[in-house]
Design a protein around this ligand. Structure first.
Ligand code: BG6
Length: 493
């Protein structure tokens, strides 16, 4: 099996003492170690500005892993082995001379170099140039960068240009961690391995699609970053558009990175711009006010720690997205995402059109739609709602909706679903780009998003409040009911 080919790599993590490395990268690397996927000679070099030592960093990482990894997955020998790979080097990212230490670390190493930039994106170009000056890179070097790539098309081009001065596109691994989720990858299998669905996947058979990515958390101490970004840049430009692309794209010729990414780009190019004349019916922006989450009172966005009390940054967005191509004409994609919603839930609902001619009791006609509910997280799985005859002599030909249920944890008896970062780091080690975002994808996504942001301060998209712990502003319900439909949760199916 391809996944058991071990790849020897030297991993440099810039920003290794930061939040991302602590919460995501080290736990994911530990799990790769546990699965036996790190080859014997792979090494990890943690880089940051802080004056500290390898021993101290190993201690911190160990401490955090002990706190964050479930006890049954913590193995003393694995942890020891993992920590032994880890070294720390203090580095001023802007000082080219400091990079000499990296060249020395690499000297005589035959391992492929992977550079993980867990830093603010405005440092990417600088670090890339310093790596080149210090002669650390070869054509085999791989560079992993995090979203957001810029805050609009212009700034993302600028960052991409700076990276392209040093690296070729096939060396760049732009992370959208949603693509690393097992259930998101399963969308490709579901659509293209099952003719049952692929033959029905268009405007002849589907009436509309819902995509919801809800979070119950608020800003979690990230006010400084989030307030500059807002929910459209933080979630729509990347995660939600990626999900939409995977649902809407045409079948790729094969599973290669470029075949998949070519098809995603075609969807992005076909998105109908949200121009001022349709903004009122196609976009709702919200910001949470005080409310309750998991049974406790929580403050308003404007009262979060470090908040600027007059911010008009959105923490919720709902959009009616139209894709102007043959497959999807007339099929709206209603998408919504927000902070401080009632629960954490990422879910896609495909609503199929009713049968062409209806022969059952008219009072049941509203039932006559099939729906496919794809639960990305939590409780990963899917439900296909179909109609059956109700059982019993007295029931005549009464219809009853029944679910065909597939819960992944039960069906596959998986001990654990790997975190997205485990999959993504593993793919980087194998040099496989299909789960990473190509430059043109990022830029087409920004082009569409820029069009929204540029216009929303005009008319049509005033910021609406919603109480923390609710499903967003009332206007987001109107966005869909205006078309005679309702969000899946509200419909009580
Ligand atoms: C990140 C966003 O990309 O995704 C965060 O910056 C958000 O604001 C997070 O909370 C959600 O990811 P997940 O995997 O928890 O759904």
């Amino acid at each position: 099996m391809e996944d058991h080919v071990k790849t020897c790599s030297d991993l440099m993590i810039f920003g290794a003492l930061g939040d991302l490395a602590r919460r995501k990268l080290f736990p994911a690397l530990y799990q790769l170690e546990r699965s036996g996927l790190l080859s014997r000679d792979s090494r990890i070099l943690a880089l940051a500005r802080r004056q500290t030592t390898t021993a101290e960093v190993r201690n911190q990482v160990s401490q955090h892993l002990r706190e964050s990894i479930p006890e049954r997955e913590l193995e003393a020998a694995t942890l020891k082995q993992f920590l032994s790979r880890l070294e720390y080097c203090r580095l001023d990212f802007s000082d080219a001379d400091d990079f000499e230490a990296l060249r020395q670390w690499r000297q005589d190493s035959g391992n492929v170099l992977i550079v993980y930039l867990a830093t603010p994106p405005d440092m990417y170009g600088l670090i890339a140039r310093n790596l080149r000056t210090a002669d650390c890179c070869t054509a085999q070097t791989r560079v992993v960068v995090e979203k957001p790539i810029g805050h609009d098309l212009k700034s993302s081009r600028n960052i991409n240009d700076q990276l392209a001065e040093v690296f070729n596109e096939d060396q760049l691994f732009r992370i959208d961690h949603y693509l690393g989720k097992e259930t998101v990858q399963n969308l490709i299998a579901l659509r293209f391995a099952n003719n049952l669905f692929s033959s029905q996947w268009d405007q002849n058979h589907i009436s509309h699609v819902e995509i919801t990515v809800a979070e119950s958390v608020g800003i979690e101490g990230r006010w400084g970053y989030f307030d500059q970004a807002g929910q459209v840049r933080d979630m729509i430009q990347n995660h939600l558009l990626q999900l939409l692309c995977l649902i809407a794209m045409d079948p790729p010729a094969d599973l290669s990175a470029d075949s998949i990414r070519d098809e995603k780009v075609k969807v992005l190019k076909a998105l109908r711009p949200i121009t001022p004349d349709i903004m009122e019916t196609h976009l709702v922006r919200g910001q949470y006010s005080a409310g309750a989450s998991s049974g406790r009172a929580v403050p308003a966005y404007l009262e979060e720690e470090g908040a600027n009390r007059s911010s008009s940054t959105e923490t919720f967005v709902a959009l009616k997205v139209e894709i102007e191509n043959w497959r999807w004409v007339g099929v709206p994609f209603y998408i919504r995402t927000g902070k401080r919603l009632p629960e954490k839930l990422s879910q896609i609902v495909i609503h199929f059109k009713p049968a062409p001619h209806y022969i059952f009791d008219l009072d049941q006609k509203h039932l006559a739609h099939n729906r496919l509910i794809i639960r990305l997280q939590p409780d990963e799985g899917m439900t296909l709602q179909i109609l059956n005859k109700d059982q019993g002599l007295d029931k005549g030909m009464r219809l009853r909706q029944g679910p065909l249920e597939l819960t992944f944890s039960e069906a596959f008896e998986t001990e654990r679903i790997p975190d997205a970062y485990e999959r993504l780091l593993w793919e980087v080690m194998k040099g496989n780009q299909y789960l990473f975002v190509r430059r043109d994808e990022v830029e087409y996504a920004w082009r569409w998003v820029d069009g929204i942001i540029a216009n929303w301060n005009g008319r049509g998209a005033p910021l609406k409040r919603y109480a923390a712990g609710t499903w967003g502003p009332v206007a987001s319900i109107a966005l869909i009911t205006r078309d005679g439909r309702s969000w899946y949760e509200d419909a009580g199916y």
